[in-house]
Design a protein around this ligand. Structure first.
Ligand SMILES: [Fe+2]
Length: 233
């Protein structure tokens, strides 16, 4: 049984990890959208059509060896990401949208150019219709027995994140809002807004990879109709 001291040490270690892995400079930036306390911890905002889900799985199968996180220069934003050290080993990203011509490779909002060689036309059409302006659209593969530890992404007033599970994995996405941990239900095909302005982590405790479609959007451009602003949280 854990002593109170052990429990307290664990809590301190957890809070230390959160503080250390937080990109405070990014989280302090303010944009025109609602800050994290005015949005829910998570919410289902759409459902991926079967044909899009199938297309994405096929794409990953066709490019299962391609990892944009591991290719020198393929994914410049990851090289500038302050969370780089927290990225788990063998974490795979297949970027569906790359940086636009003349765009700033350090600005994720410039990752708008759909890769024409990946065979994701249905996905592109559906995304443009349902999530206009979606940027840095990627397939993310978290290997078994690995964790992307507690961290905070960009302030939600600047950019919001959505994530959709593409397979049935034994994995958990947790978001901590003022010491309360919410576990996001990730049913395959459900497009979930995940409030990554709060500390969050993802871990895979199963034997299979966890495969997700992840993208960024601006609240006013793509979420306002789907996700009402809260008074406060
Ligand atoms: Fe994150």
């Amino acid at each position: 049984m854990n002593s109170i001291r052990e429990q307290s040490e664990k809590r301190m270690a957890a809070s230390h990890r959160v503080k250390n892995s937080t990109s405070s400079a990014r989280s302090r930036v303010r944009g025109p959208g609602p800050s994290r306390q005015f949005l829910p911890a998570y919410a289902k905002v759409a459902e991926l059509p079967d044909e899009v889900l199938t297309e994405l799985i096929d794409t990953l199968n066709n490019h299962f060896k391609k990892n944009d996180l591991a290719i020198e220069g393929a994914y410049p934003i990851s090289d500038h990401c302050p969370l780089k050290l927290a990225i788990p080993k063998n974490f795979q990203h297949l970027l569906l949208t790359g940086v636009i011509m003349g765009g700033d490779e350090k600005n994720e909002k410039d990752y708008l150019a759909w890769n024409p060689h990946l065979g994701v036309e249905k996905t592109k059409r559906w995304m443009e219709e349902n999530f206009p302006g979606a940027f840095r659209v990627r397939l993310s593969v978290l290997p078994p027995a690995s964790e992307f530890s507690w961290h905070i992404d960009t302030n939600t007033s600047v950019a919001c994140r959505c994530s959709t599970s593409l397979n049935q994995a034994k994995a958990a996405f947790e978001i901590k809002v003022r010491e309360k941990i919410h576990t996001v239900p990730m049913n395959p095909g459900d497009v979930m807004f995940t409030n990554s302005g709060w500390p969050h982590r993802v871990y895979n405790y199963g034997d299979n990879p966890r495969i997700n479609l992840v993208f960024g959007v601006e609240y006013d451009m793509a979420l306002r109709d789907k996700l009402p602003r809260l008074d406060h949280q």
